[in-house]
Each structure stands twice: as structure tokens, then as C-alpha cells.
Ligand binder design. Structure first.
Ligand SMILES: Nc1ncnc2c1ncn2[C@@H]1O[C@H](COP(=O)(O)OP(=O)(O)OP(=O)(O)O)[C@@H](O)[C@H]1O
Length: 983
């Protein structure tokens, strides 16, 4: 549609331009003829319409021309010269009517000759319009034809005004002159005159070419007679262009020439051959528009180099090319559009894929972390979580560079270039400064809950002073509800589970001790914890204005029975360690300094234990401090252990941060073996009961014997062992050993030391808060236990299937305080404690003097004692004693066979067990003391030299004051050094 419109537009343009050229051609011809006839016209050889008309306006040329053809036709011609002569004086142009006279005379003469005329107004400048010159040109060319005819016929014949096809259009316009001339139908015109004419002889005035053109023109006029009206109509309504018309006319001319002028045929052909017309006649239809112009461009035709045609051809070609280009571009555009659509679709799909991949990635990361933790559990590794507290100094730079979701932590040494100063650590999880207490608890919850399934769990917070340990374990001070720590949340959770499990059994078996009610809610325990918090030593240092000056241990014992009747016993230690500190930084003095030294010493012992565990040493120095002894079950008893390593983000503490992270890294390599459930089958329970009673009987017997022997013979101290001596003897032995400067003071000595300095520093007192007498008592005496068992068994029968018939929680708050007020609600006792970190052999309490109230924990210790006895060869024996021992041995074997775990946990005090420092310790004494010195800021000597900084590392006396040289744990075997990363 568009194409056809464009094509018709182009066709119109071609037609108009052809017409214009045609008119110009005729005008030039007229001008040329007039010039030849009357002399120079004063215009160019190819005048414009305006020029042409203006030169004819005065009618002088026209009158002269007609007078030349028919002399005397216009008798009175107003000449320019005469006019000039008559009006030169005034120098004014002649009036218009003078010119009009000339024109009118000329037009009258033309009309008399029956030639096409025009109107005088056509010569007026003002009325000049496009095409008005055509009538004038027609008139002049008719005059020319008449002149030529007159010359040819020499007055012999009758002139018929020629009307060439080229003037048909102008002639078709209604005009007075044409009406006159063409009053008769054009069909009335005949060629009779031409048929009568004689061909001019060669060599006459006319050239051959002119002659041929004349003949052709005549033929065309003649042929017009034969032309179809329709053909002419087609030409007028532009469905037939001039070229086709001319072609048709020429072909009829050619026929006519052949028939009428056979002698001209060859000449005609020769003419066509030499002229461009030949080309035009033989041109292909595509050249038709071009031909139209060429026809009109007579000058070009004559010269033989028509530039217009070439130009048009080029333009046509360009046009075709452009059309091609357009169609190609359109196609390309469509292709691009399609491509764009498909690309957008692809992009959408890719974005979707990527988002689902990202979701998948996060899922996989979480899954991997869980699996990693599972593997760690299976291997029995201590879990290590790292927590970075928020920075208190916004203006200083943080050393924390990156905290990964996968438990990776990158810190940056502020004094080194970025690349070299970067240190990467890997933990089970890292909590950033924005992590909330709930976030931390959520990660810890599964571990805490496993205590309800019979696993021992220990969670301890470690780190530099002021790094947020207490915040994690207890929350902000003052017992605020908001941001409560793990201690509170864990308790709440445990009680919640306990409640759910006991509700699950409508007639559930409750523990027989009704007094348990006092700790059935978190509030009860919180009460206890508040007591503990009150008793905890807290003071201000340069680093932390509420610095804990003692370790805090909250132990929750859980007792329960599963559906098979097996007893589950587990405990949860929640430990908030006192912070390691560089005394030069904390700027403590006096008592605070001593506290700091004790804190560092006990942490050092913890480091020793961790190192020994990491190196899988055969001997683990648990007994080197009260702290490690307390945590023995958790650190080596196949318990689930979690450590929170706390770091401060400030640049000032970079050294401490690195050392804490290194220590934590080492802790994470410790393999404790897969955790085990503390389950005792019914059979074992019965056997234990038996052992209990036998043991008691044996103890009574031996005590009596010992007294008798003491009375008879003086003590032989060298042969006494700590397992068999009586209290009095032991006292003596201790005194003796103290005099000798032994490194392992026996129990009573330590107890005495406690009374002297214990309440002041470090772990001073171990207050065991017994939640319920009724809970504890059955665990002690055999009579009570039997009673308990009977009750339990009876209840067990009545409730055939319950996963947990009930859970019972007893609590040992091992906070250390100076003056513990006796609470009427709770009974408590001082445990075997120590004021320093020397070993406490709590398991060596004399069997015949059991404390009236003893906790579940003590119960365990008693059990160990009995096993200890079983595995140790008795010094004295009589018939009865050996009999009892025999049966005990048998029972012990039974127990040992079914309860290997207890055996593994058992610390057998062999002859060398009382030593503080065993020879197996991998770190040299001197190195340890140097490390400790760097931490405590004091010279160490004697037995203190055997201690190692918990932070371990290289000797640092040379740079003890450099905070960047905080101690690092001692190197561990390459096999354990490898940072574990989750798959
Ligand atoms: N994650 C945390 N978000 C907000 N405040 C915190 C965070 N961790 C620690 N703090 C704040 O930092 C200060 C020091 O924390 P905290 O007393 O728990 O340190 P600590 O390691 O127990 O120190 P110390 O060993 O001296 O007892 C406290 O004011 C505490 O509220």
C-alpha cells in the first residue's frame, strides 16, 4: 500500500517534470526560431518563461516576425527606436497602449492566418502564471510551421495549421484562438496537402535531418488521424505517458513512411540509428520514465550525453537499493524484536534460576552447618562458638573484618598491611555484634535440651576481660528481664520441657520428694542465682567496670527414668569464667591483682587440659585446678561441650583477641569422643545398691580396724596411701610432708589453706545449694535409696509406657563468695575447695563419715569412690574384710562389664595421682612459668612455675608489656592444627 502510494507519487513527479521539460523544449524552439527570423531577442538561448514573455511583451518582435513571413501584414508597428526618438527627451517609457497596439495587430494577423492565438493579457507581467507562456509558444510554433509550410509550398497549396501531439495538451485548453483554429474537428485534418507536396531535393536549404524531422512531424500529424481516441484519452488522464504515445505515433509514422515514402525509409532508419531516439524506441519498459525526460531534453539529445537519464537511473537504483535496505532493516528489526523477547524471557528464567539457586545455596549452607555440627558431635569435638560484642568506641577501628555464615571469622592486624595482617579462624558459629541473646540461645538450645536426654553438657564462656562472657551467660547485671543470658533461658527451657513431659503422663510418676516443688519454676532457680550473683566477687577495673573476679558455675542435675526403667542422670554446667587479663592493662593492684593472678592461673590450667586433650596425651591434668576438676566430666567424659569464645572488636585488644581466637581454635580440635547417655539399667542400679551397702559395711569395719591399729602401733607414714589412711593419720602425714616441702599437699592441708585464704580469691567456696533434701537423700544412703527404688518400681508398673516419667532438677551453684548467708530454704555445705588452683581430691573423703546432706554430684563422687576402692588393693585384710572385698570385686566386675563409661570417667588415684605436676606434661616448667608471668605480671616460683598460661604460647618476658604479644596456646600437633572447615 505504502509502496504503491510512493510509486504513484514518483510517477506524478516524473510526469510533471516531463511536462515542464517539454514546455521548456518548445519555448526554446520558439525562441530559437524567432531569433533566426528577426535577430537577437536579448535573452539567453534557453530563456525562462518570464524572460521569453517579457521580450515579446511590446509585440515588436511578433509583428516583425509575421511581417517577415507575410510582409505588410502589420502595417503600423510601434518601433522601440521611433519611440525612443519621440520620447527620449522625457526619457519615459512608452505608454502600455502603444504595446497593446502591436500585440493586437499581431493577434489579428495570426487569426487571419487561422493560426492558434493567445490573448494579449497573456503577455501582461501581472497575469503571468505557470503555463500561460504555453499559448504564446504554441502560437509562435504554429507561425513557424506556417512559415515553413509557406517556404516549402511557395504559395502553392493550402496551409493547414499543424497541431503536433506535443501541443495537444495546450491546444485542448479552451482558448479563443484555438477555438477558432480548431473549430473543425481535428479529424477534418487530412494529409492531402502533404500527399501533394514534392520532396525537396538534396542540397536545398533544408538539411536532411531537418527534413526528416519535418516529415516525421507531418507523419505524426497524419498518424494522429489514425490514433485511437482512447489512446489520447489515456494520455490525458495520465494512464499513458508521453513516451508510449510517441512510440505508438512513431510506429504508425514508420508504417506510413514505408508505404507512402519508401525512399525515405532508409534515411529514416539511418536517422534513428544516429540519434538517441533509436535507443528510446528500443528501450525496455523500465526506461520509460527516463525516456520522457530525454525526449524533452533536446539539447542533451542532440549532444548525445543525457545526464538527466544517468542521474535518474542512479536515483532509481538508489531508490531500489533503499527499498531493499528498508525491507531488510524491517526484517532485521523484526528479528531483533523477536530476539529481544526471547532474551528477556531467558533473562527472566535465569533470574528465577539464580534466585532459586541462591535459596538453595542458603539451604545447603544451613544443612552443611548442621551436618558439620553432627560430624563434630560424632567425633566428640568440643563445639566452639565465637561471639564479638559491640564496640564501645565508635571512633576507633574494629579488627573484625568479616564474619561468615559458615562460622568463619577474619580479623585484621591494624599494624600490618591488609594482606599480611589478615587472620582467618573457623568455628562452629560466629555471632556478630548485632546478635541477640535469643540468637545465641537458639543455637545453644539443642545442646542444652540434650541434658534432658541424659547427656552431660558443659557450656563455658571464655575470653578476655570485658569481652562479654557474663553478658552471654547471665545477661546484663541487675537481673533485667530483657537480654537475659543462657543461664536463665536454659533453665526456663529445661523446666518447660520437664513440665511438658510430666504433663504428658497424667498419672505420671513424680519423684517421691515433694520438696522438689521449691525449684519447679525458673523463678525458684533465679532466686538461687541471685544469691549466687550476690556472692560473686565483682569489682571495677580499667577495662570493665563490673568485672567478674571469680568463675561462676551453675550446675543443673537432671534425674529421670525412661520407659524401660533405666535411670538417666545428666548435668548441665553453665560456666561463666572470669576473664583473662593483662594486669598491666586492667591496672589492678592489691587484692584485685592477686585475683587476676589466680584467675589467670586457673585459666592457664584450663589451657593445659585443653592442650593435653588436643594432643591426645595419656595424662590430662584435670587436677591442677578446681576449675578443671569441676569440668572434668564435661571436658573428658564424653559429654557435649560448647565453648563461647568472646572477643572485643577494638583495635587496642587485638593481641588478646588473637590469643583468644587461637585458644578457641585449639579447643575446637579437641576430640572427646562421641557423647554418651548416662543411663543406668535396673540391674546396674541394683548392683550399685549392693555395692553401696557393702561399701558402707567395709568402711565401718576398716575404720574400726584402723583405730585399733593406731592405738597399737605408731603410724608408718611411708606406706600409707591416701585411699586407706584415716583422718588423723592423714593429718600427720600431711604435716610431715609439708615440712618436707612436698609439692602435693594432701587434702587436709588444702582444706586448712582454704580456711585461711580461700574466701578471698578465685574459687573460694563451693556452695552447693541443695534444692531438695528429698531429692538428694535417696541418692545417698542405701536405706533411702532402697526406699526410693521401691517407690519408683511401684510407680513404674502403674505407668507402663512413658518416655519420661519425670524429670528432676537439682542445682549446684558453684559461685564463689565470701559470706554466704544461710538460707532457710536451702541447705548447703562447703565442698572441698581450694583457694589456689592446686588439686582438690574431693573423692577422697573418708567413707565412714559421709556428710548428712549430699548432692547428686556428691553421689557420683561416692560412686567413684566405691569403684576406686574396688580397683585398689587393700592394705589390710582379715577374713571378713576379704570376703566382702571378694563379693565387691565380683559385683564390680559385673558393673564394669556393663558400664564401661563409668570406668573411663573414673580417675583412679594411683600412687602418683596426688601429684600436682606429672612428668608427662608436654610443656616445660620454665616455659609455663614464663607464660604465667606474662599474664599475671608477677614473678612465679616453686610449684607455680609448673603452671601454664591458658593462653599458652611462646615465652614473652622480653615483651610482656606489649599488648600485641598476648600469649597464645602452645603449638599442637600438625594433625590437630588443621583448621576444620565444614564440607
Ligand atoms: N553482646 C553484647 N551486647 C551488648 N553489650 C554487651 C555485649 N557483650 C558485652 N556487653 C557489655 O560489655 C560489658 C562487659 O561485658 P561483661 O561484663 O559480660 O564482660 P566479661 O567478659 O564478663 O568481663 P569479665 O571477665 O571482666 O567479667 C558489659 O557492660 C556488657 O553489658
Amino acid at each position: 500500500m505504502e509502496d504503491s502510494r510512493r510509486r504513484s507519487g514518483l510517477h506524478d513527479f516524473n510526469l510533471a517534470s516531463r511536462k515542464a521539460e517539454e514546455a521548456a523544449w518548445r519555448r526554446f524552439e520558439a525562441a530559437e526560431w524567432l531569433e533566426n527570423l528577426v535577430g537577437p531577442l536579448g535573452v539567453s538561448s534557453e530563456p525562462s518563461e518570464r524572460e521569453f514573455i517579457s521580450c515579446l511583451r511590446n509585440g515588436l518582435i511578433l509583428c516583425n516576425a509575421i511581417n517577415k513571413i507575410n510582409p505588410g501584414t502589420v502595417t503600423k508597428v510601434v518601433e522601440n527606436s521611433s519611440y525612443i526618438q519621440s520620447f527620449s527627451r522625457e526619457s519615459q517609457p512608452p505608454p502600455a497602449y502603444q504595446y497593446f497596439e502591436n500585440v493586437r495587430n499581431f493577434l489579428v494577423a495570426v487569426e487571419e492566418l487561422k493560426l492558434p492565438a493567445f490573448e494579449a493579457s497573456d503577455l501582461e507581467r501581472d497575469t503571468l502564471e505557470a503555463g500561460s507562456a504555453a499559448k504564446i509558444v504554441d502560437c509562435i510554433l504554429s507561425l513557424k510551421s506556417y512559415h515553413e509550410w509557406k517556404q516549402m509550398n511557395c504559395e502553392n497549396g493550402f496551409y493547414k495549421p499543424a497541431k503536433t501531439p506535443l501541443v495537444l495538451q495546450s491546444a485542448s485548453r479552451p482558448s479563443r484562438a484555438s477555438t477558432v483554429i480548431t473549430s473543425g474537428s481535428s479529424r477534418d485534418l487530412d494529409m492531402s496537402a502533404l500527399s501533394e507536396k514534392q520532396l525537396p531535393v538534396n542540397g536545398e536549404n533544408l538539411k536532411l535531418e531537418d527534413l526528416i524531422v519535418k516529415v516525421i512531424a507531418e507523419c505524426m500529424i497524419g498518424a494522429k488521424e489514425n490514433l485511437d481516441e482512447n489512446l489520447l484519452a489515456s494520455f490525458h488522464n495520465r494512464s499513458l505517458d508521453s513516451f508510449k504515445l510517441l512510440t505508438k505515433v512513431l510506429s504508425s509514422c514508420s508504417k506510413q513512411l514505408q508505404t507512402e515514402y519508401p525512399e525515405l525509409k532508409s534515411m529514416f532508419e539511418a536517422f534513428l540509428k544516429g540519434s538517441r531516439l533509436q535507443t528510446h524506441l528500443t528501450s525496455s519498459p523500465e526506461d520509460l520514465p527516463v525516456l520522457g525526460i530525454s525526449q524533452c531534453c533536446r539539447a542533451c539529445l542532440m549532444k548525445g550525453n543525457c545526464k538527466h537519464r544517468q542521474l535518474l537511473q542512479m536515483q532509481e537504483k538508489e531508490f531500489v537499493d533503499l527499498k531493499d535496505l528498508l525491507s531488510r532493516t524491517k526484517k532485521e528489526f523484526k528479528d531483533l524484536e523477536l530476539q529481544l523477547h526471547s532474551d528477556l524471557e531467558d533473562l527472566g528464567n535465569q533470574v528465577q534460576e539464580m534466585s532459586s539457586a541462591a535459596l538453595g545455596y542458603h539451604r545447603v549452607v544451613n544443612e552443611n552447618r548442621k551436618l558439620y555440627n553432627m560430624v563434630q558431635d560424632l567425633r566428640g569435638n568440643i563445639r566452639v562458638y565465637c561471639r564479638v560484642r559491640p564496640s564501645f568506641r565508635a571512633e576507633t577501628k574494629d579488627v573484625i573484618e568479616f564474619i561468615g555464615e559458615d562460622g568463619s571469622l577474619v580479623i585484621l592486624d591494624p599494624l600490618k598491611p591488609r594482606k599480611e595482617g589478615r587472620k582467618v579462624f573457623q568455628f562452629n558459629h560466629v555471632f556478630g555484634p548485632t546478635a541477640t541473646q535469643d540468637d545465641v540461645f537458639k543455637e545453644t538450645q539443642p545442646l542444652i535440651r540434650s541434658v534432658m536426654d541424659g547427656y552431660n553438657v558443659c557450656i563455658f564462656a571464655y575470653g578476655q576481660t570485658g569481652s562479654g562472657k557474663t553478658h552471654t551467660m547471665s545477661g546484663p547485671s541487675g537481673g533485667m528481664q530483657k537480654d537475659r543470658g543462657i543461664n536463665y533461658l536454659a533453665l526456663e527451657d529445661l523446666f518447660h520441657i520437664s513440665k511438658i513431659r510430666s504433663c504428658a503422663s497424667e498419672n505420671g510418676l513424680n519423684l517421691p520428694d515433694a520438696t522438689m516443688h521449691s525449684v519447679k519454676s525458673t523463678a525458684d532457680v533465679l532466686q538461687l542465682m541471685k544469691l549466687g550473683e550476690l556472692n560473686r566477687a565483682v569489682s571495677s577495673t580499667a577495662i570493665n567496670n563490673r568485672s567478674s573476679r571469680s568463675h561462676s558455675v551453675l550446675t543443673i542435675h537432671v534425674h529421670g527414668k525412661d520407659t524401660s526403667g533405666s535411670i538417666l542422670r545428666s548435668c548441665l554446667h553453665l560456666v561463666d569464667l572470669a576473664g583473662s587479663e593483662r594486669v598491666d592493662k586492667s591496672e589492678v593492684t592489691g587484692d584485685r591483682l592477686k585475683e587476676a593472678q589466680y584467675i589467670n592461673k586457673s585459666l592457664s590450667c584450663l589451657g593445659d587440659v585443653i592442650t593435653a586433650l588436643a594432643q591426645k596425651n595419656s595424662h590430662i591434668p584435670y587436677r591442677n585446678s578446681k576449675l578443671t576438676l569441676l569440668l572434668q566430666d564435661s571436658l573428658g567424659g564424653r559429654a557435649k561441650t560448647l565453648m563461647f569464645a568472646h572477643v572485643s572488636p577494638e583495635v587496642d585488644f587485638f593481641g588478646e583477641t588473637v590469643s583468644t581466637l587461637k585458644f578457641a581454635q585449639r579447643v575446637s580440635t579437641v576430640e572427646l569422643g562421641a557423647a554418651r547417655v548416662n543411663k543406668e539399667s535396673n540391674e546396674v542400679m541394683q548392683l550399685k545398691e549392693q555395692i553401696e551397702s557393702l561399701k558402707k559395711a567395709l568402711a565401718n569395719k576398716e575404720a574400726q580396724k584402723a583405730i585399733a591399729v593406731t592405738e597399737r602401733t605408731p603410724p608408718r607414714t611411708r606406706r600409707l596411701s591416701i585411699e586407706t589412711v584415716g583422718a588423723v593419720k592423714t593429718e600427720k602425714l600431711i604435716n610431715c610432708q609439708e615440712k618436707k616441702g612436698t609439692k602435693t599437699p594432701p587434702v587436709p592441708t588444702r582444706a586448712r589453706r582454704l580456711s585461711l585464704e580461700g574466701p578471698r580469691y578465685g574459687i573460694k567456696e563451693n556452695i552447693q545449694v541443695k534444692v531438695s533434701d528429698n531429692v538428694s537423700q535417696p541418692l545417698l544412703g542405701s536405706a533411702s535409696r532402697q526406699k526410693f527404688n521401691q517407690f519408683r518400681d511401684a510407680e513404674a508398673v502403674s505407668t507402663p509406657y512413658q518416655h519420661w516419667s519425670s524429670n528432676d532438677v537439682s542445682i549446684i551453684d558453684a559461685n564463689h563468695h565470701n559470706n554466704t548467708p544461710k538460707s532457710p530454704n536451702f541447705s548447703y555445705r562447703k565442698r572441698a575447695v581450694k583457694s589456689d588452683n592446686r588439686p582438690m581430691i574431693s573423692s577422697l573423703q573418708l567413707p565412714n563419715t559421709p556428710e548428712p546432706q549430699i548432692s547428686a554430684r556428691n553421689e557420683v563422687q561416692i560412686e567413684k569412690q566405691s569403684e576406686l576402692t574396688l580397683s585398689t588393693e587393700p592394705r589390710t585384710a582379715n577374713g571378713k574384710g576379704s570376703h566382702i572385698r571378694k563379693s565387691l570385686r565380683t559385683i564390680g566386675k559385673l558393673i564394669n562389664g556393663s558400664e564401661k563409661r563409668n570406668q573411663q570417667n573414673l580417675i583412679l588415684p594411683t600412687k602418683g595421682a596426688g601429684k600436682i605436676n606429672d612428668g608427662n606434661s608436654p610443656v616445660r616448667t620454665s616455659t609455663r612459668s614464663l607464660r604465667r608471668q606474662s599474664l599475671t605480671g608477677t614473678e612465679t616460683s616453686g610449684s607455680d612455675r609448673s603452671r601454664r598460661s591458658s593462653l599458652g604460647g611462646k615465652p614473652t618476658e622480653s615483651n610482656a608489656n606489649d599488648y600485641r604479644n598476648a600469649k597464645t596456646p602452645p603449638p599442637i600437633r600438625p594433625s590437630t592444627q588443621t583448621t576444620k572447615r565444614w564440607m
